[in-house]
Write a protein of this length. Sequence first.
Length: 420
Amino acid sequence: MTAQVDAPADPRSRSDGLGWVSRAVFPDRRVVLAVGGSTPLGHRTVARYAVVPSLARARFLVPLGAPRAGAATLLAYNALRPPRVRAVRAAVGGLARLGAVGLAPFPTLTVSVPVGVPVAELLLTERLAAALGGTPLLAAFGVRPPDPNHKPTLQLFDGDGRPRGYAKIGWNDATRALVTAEAAALRALPAVVGAADHPVPPGLLAELAWADQVVAVIEPLPSAVRGVPVDDPPRVAALLAVARRGGPGAPPRPLAGSAFLARMTAQARRAAAAGAAGTRAVAAVEALTRRHGATDVEFGHWHGDWVPWNLGEYGGRLFAWDWEHSGPDVPVGFDLAHDAFQRALVLRGEPAAVAAGAVDAHLDRHGDRLGLGPAQRRLVADGYLVEMWLRTWRLADAGAGWNTALHPALLEVIEKRHCG
């Protein structure tokens, strides 16, 4: 018989990454989470996790009781991770393979549910197992600092350690929109998989609404996939295949009258209704129209977050993941611009003004391979920077807060470019 115990505070009450992830994965308060201790009276324990390396510095929650699955949660796709993270995961994964994680000095998080209440009513993992065919699943998840733009992600494995999928959780307006957008993109992309030069996307295995959250389950990548180097030259042929959905190019059309410009104008006006920064965005779109409205450019799709860390290779094919910012009707070349901007901003830690200069240089160096002449290259650069600020506003407006690397600095960069 189980007994009621005085368990340590529920980790969902914490303000750190462990608290944030716990609240997203276990939102139902009928589920009892306790670090250490015994099973509460009237409950049964359904899962146990090692909190690695400690409560204060939690980085991973590793399922206990299935050594193969526990090891797989740490070792799968380790080659895609940064060296320091890779080393830690390899060391703990070795312990897990031996069944020794539970014996190591890691705190244990116990998950208990009331007796008589169906587990599928309470636990996301049970709903996901049903959605993927009914085979029991074990889940592991990384712990990140709280961030309204981040999505908790569950790694799903069967008891033998075979990857079954990755479940992304949209838990606020901003992340629900991103998860929904990625699911829509992945539903459409199978029609072009196999087209010459088009990167291989992961498949969408399931999408469900649960506890005021949107969850998309993404197909695992091949186990032997390797990330492309961060200094890898741009994959121009692949970018064109994404833009054209594996088909022929569309005839160039003027920026003025395009669906892209109409969408951008509408978003800037919505931003203006929310504050002075949006008024500046309206002026930026108007300046973009004056400068480039008569310029003809090809429109197509874009990945939306085309960067080396979202790309990998296996079997001579290029793989691309994280399609949550994908969309149609943008000037061809936006992915090339984004590649340059993010390498400067994220990898080299450069300010927005320097990152904007990197966009210009990247387009001048490679734009002719996309059919971009000087006028088109400037349109793509200017339009991309405005689109990036509007993306920043959309996320902030949906509750993610401002990206301080881009606001207000990027607006200032845009204004200076239009005055030049």
